[in-house]
Ligand binder design. Sequence first.
Ligand SMILES: *[C@@H]1O[C@H](CO)[C@@H](O)[C@H](O)[C@H]1NC(C)=O
Ligand SMILES: *[C@@H]1O[C@H](CO)[C@@H](O)[C@H](O)[C@H]1NC(C)=O
Length: 727
Amino acid sequence: MSRISMQVSRKQKVAADMLFKTPVMLLVALLVQFSQAITDPNDVAGLQVLFTSLNSPGQLTSWVASNGDPCGQSWLGVKCRGSSVIEVSIPNLQLSGTLGYQLTSLTSLTLFDVSNNVISGTIPYQLPPNLETLNLGNNHFADVLPYSISQMTKLTYLNASHNQLSGSLSDMFSNLTNLKSMDLSFNSISGSLPQSFVDLTSLTSLFIQNNQFSGDLNVIADLKFENLEVENNQFTGWIPTSFNNIPNFKSSGNSFSSSPAPPPPPFTPPPPAPPSSSNNGRSPRAPSSASDSGGGGGTVLNGGAIAGIVIACILGIIVVILIIMFFCWKPKENAFDEEKQPIPAVVALPVTSTKGVKENVEQRPASSPTDGFSLKPPPLAPAQAEALTGKKPPTKRAKHPITASAFSVADLQLATNSFSQENLVGEGTLGRVYKAELPDGKLLAVKKIDITSSSSIQKEEDFMDVISNISRLRHGNIAELVGYCTEHGQRLLVYEFLNKGALSDVLHVSDEAAKQELTWNVRVKVALGSARALEYLHEVCQPSVVHKNFKSANILLDDELNPHLSDCGIAAFSPSPERQVVSTQMTDSFGYSAPEYAMSGIYTWKSDVYSFGVVMLELLTGRKPLDSERPRIEQSLVRWATPQLHDIDALAKMVDPALKGMYPAKSLSRFADIIAQCVQPEPEFRPPMSEVVQSLVRLMQRATLSKRRSGDEQKGLDNHDLADGSL
Ligand SMILES: *[C@@H]1O[C@H](CO)[C@@H](O)[C@H](O)[C@H]1NC(C)=O
Ligand SMILES: *[C@@H]1O[C@H](CO)[C@@H](O)[C@H](O)[C@H]1NC(C)=O
């Protein structure tokens, strides 16, 4: 038999194969067509998860939760090309629930419209990647715009208006060069417009009215708008003259400067001195900053410019126009050129205290310093992280405009009642933190840095470099630096004030009532927000930023218990190693230190991940990382807790008694799994923060799903309950 077949030539064999196989394949294909779906299985999966996340609503005719065929069964609002779903348009249907977590599988989708529904939850990070039109308008979406939008380069239309978005916009718009229309109006978005707005070169319509944006409009001064609506925000500074030609421009309800002075350039042009010149070392400040701060601390240059303009006004309008032409337009271009100059590392390395290894590993050198602060998520290159030791900081100084305002010592003294004891709200490694109230009632947190703590902050230039870099960190979960003060040799940092204070205080110090608010779901939310902050620092910022002091005392909570990570980017100020040993504040941080740091002084982003795991443990157990009042074996939280993380019974005993058993067991054990990964003794096994974020997102979404299932019987429960922690 085999002999015969071997004699058959190759060709014949192939022909014979075809003869038998082709009809079989055709038959199979036909069967598949009739019995099953014509739609791409990935698209089916994406839509089915969407359907169940929206609570499987009857309004979505033909949609089913399993074994569906969206294209074959013509689901309501779904449009296909071949077997691919290209449009999902389901507005005005009173849809509730969330968007789920699997929209990324809809890779052919170009249009996604869920506007005018009552969908809640966060806008998921997982969005269809190739969208041209994304309409989320008029829903109940909360939290921040997800950073994944930065990758949606085909996007031409983005509408997230009339939602409950908050936080500030991340610097994520640099690749959205096709975006023509963006509507973020009627939300609660705060902070200033991110620098990457300059790259929105196709943008002709921008609606950001009725939010809480602050800062000035200079970054969008050069865009060619047809529609620009910015009314009812907290914008300041001058309205760029280029806006006079916008057909539809609305700006009322802001605090724009109404003085007759023409808009000055976005920042003062630096003298054309060689980069090494020390004159050039100081970062120019935004003129509007000085005006925001209630008159304090304007630079000499600005004062001069304004004075000059006042004189010019007296001389006549014609002269003013001439000044605009000569001093405003030209320097503006210069200023932007200036901005493209390479900047040094985000956290400038301390110049004088780099004898030991401790101070040296400041950030991953994922890119050369010439990359500037572009915000593409850098590929993680952990091996390189350890490689960076003993590098001196680049001698070139940062040339970025400082968006934070300059305050005067007098202003801050007034606002803090002369730094009185009653206003003292915290004490950190670098100095004390005071609550401040501005004359207009605005609350701020002022960090008064102990200038003897580190030599790297005594030089004003070094200090200003760090300020310049910190003021560029923009994320909804990062405490915003709103100002600084360097007058009379002082070093003060001014942050937004967050009402509920530090997580550590709520967990370990406050009264029972405050702790009651920390329900299980709030704890998960705090973990997720803090993870997002670290993800941003590590993987989005470039060069990436290592926090170096991640602990619950640095996680501040706002009224809605959203976490805001503080002290980002100030690792450069950390005391020299010798001082760290004596400082009591540092011993507080010991409970968070990764073993490799404790043993060899090597600190990398992986050490941050470890500290993050410790904070999660704190959230789970309600215990302090180091607690000398407990029995010996329980004093170190990590040592006591980690061996028990995979034991469900032990977990149930470890969990914070303040939760009174009100937590879903599954959620708890998943939370514990994430902790176990983060606190692994070997740094190379710890996950990057983006992975931690994804795990926490999944944990949260599963909680929502299982809740919804049980809610089917209970009725009336929606996603808001997730935050209330009634699970
Ligand atoms: C965005 O969506 C809202 C709500 O559906 C709508 O009122 C608004 O006109 C849309 N904006 C743009 C620019 O299309
Ligand atoms: C922009 O696109 C480039 C090229 O595709 C990519 O390398 C970069 O990461 C993107 N930047 C952002 C902010 O996503």
